[in-house]
Design a protein. Sequence first.
Length: 175
Amino acid sequence: MCISIASASLNPAKIFAVEEAAKIYYDEYKIIPVNASSGVSKMPTSKVETRFGAKTRVLNALRESGADIAIAHEGGVCHIRGDMHLFSACVATNGKEFAWGGETIIRLPSFIVEELDGGNIELGDIIERHTGIENARTHTGATAFLTNKHINRKDIFRLHSIMALAYFANDHSRN
């Protein structure tokens, strides 16, 4: 049986991650990229807003695609004890149940925090300006910049997608 999985973004790194997760769990699958709205600001400024954006995005993708399952990734920033961190969340749904698939957090250097302007500019724009890499958000992303290229955004999205899809792929949703 072929399962259809919506990737709630047209971002190539996110589509790649959903496909990589699907390969692990299913022999036959179809990935449906959807430009789903998150309903949040360009750069969410809290864990709550970031998670809300992921959940809104995944529901919109499922509805718009008609897929069996949808997976959404959302990135934002959050404050932890006064320091700003990059935060990302991933969620999958079949329309009845939700499975969160990992969240990552990494502290942002002060020069980036100063440029964020309260969420009015995306972190990707700042990273592109500092690295000279065009469309960094679709390739290595802020994570590669912050980890000196030891981890990139595809690595994070792939891991999160595998974790989110596990609940549905391993029949846990049927018990």
